[in-house]
Design a protein around this ligand. Structure first.
Ligand SMILES: *[C@@H]1O[C@H](CO)[C@@H](O)[C@H](O)[C@H]1NC(C)=O
Ligand SMILES: *[C@@H]1O[C@H](CO)[C@@H](O)[C@H](O)[C@H]1NC(C)=O
Ligand SMILES: *[C@@H]1O[C@H](CO)[C@@H](O)[C@H](O)[C@H]1NC(C)=O
Ligand SMILES: *[C@@H]1O[C@H](CO)[C@@H](O)[C@H](O)[C@H]1NC(C)=O
Ligand SMILES: *[C@@H]1O[C@H](CO)[C@@H](O)[C@H](O)[C@H]1NC(C)=O
Ligand SMILES: *[C@@H]1O[C@H](CO)[C@@H](O)[C@H](O)[C@H]1NC(C)=O
Length: 501
């Protein structure tokens, strides 16, 4: 048993005052937003239509590197079905839809001309949402970097990325900011950089031995830091622009969304406790620390030394406070175990300390997700104590099933409903304990092409029949459950939220 004492206290404090089963959405703070999400590359399809050009994800999947060589060329085909989807969202009762704009659809060459057809598509989608009373929560950049910028200057590795990104963000503010009041600059920079430049498993597949296996180029000891640095500066630049030029009239909010793995010590040893703290600093602090305090965490400086870029006084000032909210995508807990041999062997700054689960990527793929709603509570508590309790939106949280066996549609997904209720209960309790969480988005609104697993894992509240041309949607039981909750129904958590088995 891990952390029996802490868990028991948490449970007692959590459950004593009232019956959790009586919770409804009205127990959440005024204005709390409930939604569901997708991202452009994963859901749109139509990758070669109406002037869209390739992103690094198109290149990656077309070269057969994705799971089972799947692509998102069609995926759920939301590009052609957005009206039906908005209708479904409306029927479900979503307050908000979180989606992203495809940079290579809006500005196909990465900079320069706006593609009128791309502009039209997002205008239509946004208008359709607003007509149905659904808030658009828009991510500007969600991993799908235009291939042209990768080819021209190595994308994130060049400081030129910052200007091109800022110009693209400005095109979004200018085109859609009259209607979009919730902007996310960048989605999951803290894993994009690891997947793309450390282990090389995701585009642009850069890494070096012994950190990744199959890369033909890259340097895992430096490039992740450089890419992250440029993403941070690009974020800060877009926030500054929005605040200076658009926020007063458009009256929206802007933030960034991080992947929020929670690292928990694997044992009671003080070494493992230190390892978990270090891992949280590397994973969360990498971005949170500069955004709150204007520099990288001390432990990153001491471990990465001169490989970690410096921030000038000017950059530091621009970063500090550069958010109205922080989004977190929360799925799992990583059991951290101190392992200095791995650190020495590979000089690996990132994963050396997380060897209890050898590699979170593999663990996710193996389906070995630990059921740990309590970890969300720990994450929120950490943000409260360490980073001044910023406004938080849980931007992704969800449960994956295997796809249906061919021809047989699976509506029964009680595990998903139970999962969501357990996490919502923890979220509620964290808010009551002082966390400033303001929204919750289920990943995903409907089945999409998953970045790591293609179509093997389905997270959708609504299913999509990926084998037929019309990509028929069907409503799973979890969507009906969520709809009931959104309409005032009670949460029925399983009571398993606090058992860290
Ligand atoms: C409530 O917050 C305090 C301070 O952040 C923390 O120590 C405690 O564990 C939290 N309790 C629960 C039940 O979340
Ligand atoms: C490297 O390539 C081999 C052979 O194609 C494959 O089995 C292995 O999974 C790849 N490793 C990574 C980390 O992608
Ligand atoms: C942690 O410590 C407690 C009591 O000190 C003990 O009962 C428990 O077995 C320990 N857990 C682990 C994983 O070592
Ligand atoms: C950052 O600054 C320190 C101290 O001035 C210096 O030693 C280090 O080399 C610099 N790092 C980089 C990446 O420039
Ligand atoms: C639901 O979850 C349980 C426990 O994790 C698992 O044994 C079961 O196979 C799951 N059911 C489905 C339909 O996936
Ligand atoms: C892998 O792709 C093939 C060909 O498209 C398909 O028939 C098969 O069902 C896929 N397997 C999985 C596990 O997705």
């Amino acid at each position: 048993m891990l952390f029996p004492v802490a868990v028991a206290l948490f449970a007692a404090a959590a459950f004593a005052p009232r019956h959790a089963s009586a919770l409804t959405r009205h127990d959440f703070p005024e204005g709390f937003v409930f939604g569901a999400g997708t991202s452009a590359y994963q859901v749109e399809g139509a990758v070669e239509e109406d002037g869209r050009k390739p992103s690094i994800w198109d290149t990656f999947t077309h070269q057969g590197y994705s799971y089972n060589k799947s692509t998102a060329d069609v995926s759920a085909d939301q590009y052609h079905h957005y009206k039906d989807d908005v209708k479904l969202m409306h029927e479900m009762g979503l307050d908000a839809y979180r989606f992203s704009i495809a940079w290579p659809r809006l500005i196909p060459d990465g900079r320069g001309e706006i593609n009128p057809k791309g502009l039209e598509y997002y205008n239509n989608l946004i208008d359709e949402l607003i007509r149905h009373g659904i808030q658009p929560h828009v991510t500007i950049y969600h991993l799908d970097l235009p291939q042209s910028l990768q080819d021209e200057y190595n994308g994130l590795l060049s400081p030129r990325f910052i200007d091109d990104y800022t110009a693209y963000a400005e095109a979004c503010f200018e085109s859609f900011g009259d209607r979009v009041k919730h902007w996310v600059t960048v989605n999951e920079p803290n894993i994009e950089t690891i997947g793309g430049f450390d282990n090389g498993r995701l585009p642009p597949q850069r890494c070096s031995h012994p950190f990744g296996e199959n890369c033909t180029r890259g340097d895992s000891t430096t490039e992740p830091y450089v890419a992250a640095h440029h993403l941070l500066l690009a974020h800060a630049s877009a926030v500054r622009l929005y605040r200076d030029k658009y926020q007063a009239t458009q009256r929206g909010q802007i933030g960034i969304t991080l992947l929020g793995w929670w690292h928990e010590p694997a044992t009671n040893s003080s070494q493992d406790a230190a390892a978990a703290t270090r891992m949280n600093d590397f994973h969360i602090g990498w971005f949170m620390h500069p955004l709150v305090y204007g520099d990288y965490p001390t432990v990153m400086r001491s471990r990465a030394g001169a490989r970690l870029p410096n921030l000038t006084a000017e950059q530091s000032k621009k970063l500090r406070g550069a958010f109205d909210f922080i989004g977190f995508n929360h799925y799992l807990v990583v059991r951290a175990r101190a392992d200095d041999s791995a650190f020495n062997l590979k000089q690996r700054d990132y994963y050396a300390d997380a060897s209890a689960i050898a590699d979170p990527f593999e663990d996710i793929q193996a389906g070995g997700l630990e059921y740990a709603p309590w970890a969300l509570g720990k994450l929120l508590d950490h943000l409260k104590l360490k980073y001044g309790n910023p406004p938080i939106l849980i931007h992704e949280n969800g449960y994956s099933d295997p796809p249906k066996i061919s021809g047989k549609i699976v509506y029964e997904d009680d595990n998903r409903s139970e999962f969501l209720q357990d996490y919502l209960e923890v979220l509620y309790l964290s808010i009551r304990n002082g966390s400033d969480a303001r929204g919750y988005f289920v990943w995903s609104f409907l089945d999409v092409s998953e970045f790591l697993f293609g179509y093997r894992s389905r997270f959708g509240l609504c299913g999509v029949d990926m084998n037929i041309k019309g990509r028929t949607r069907y409503v799973r039981n979890s969507a009906r459950w969520y709809s009931g909750f959104l309409n005032g129904g009670e949460l029925r958590p399983s009571g398993k939220a606090y058992t860290a088995a």
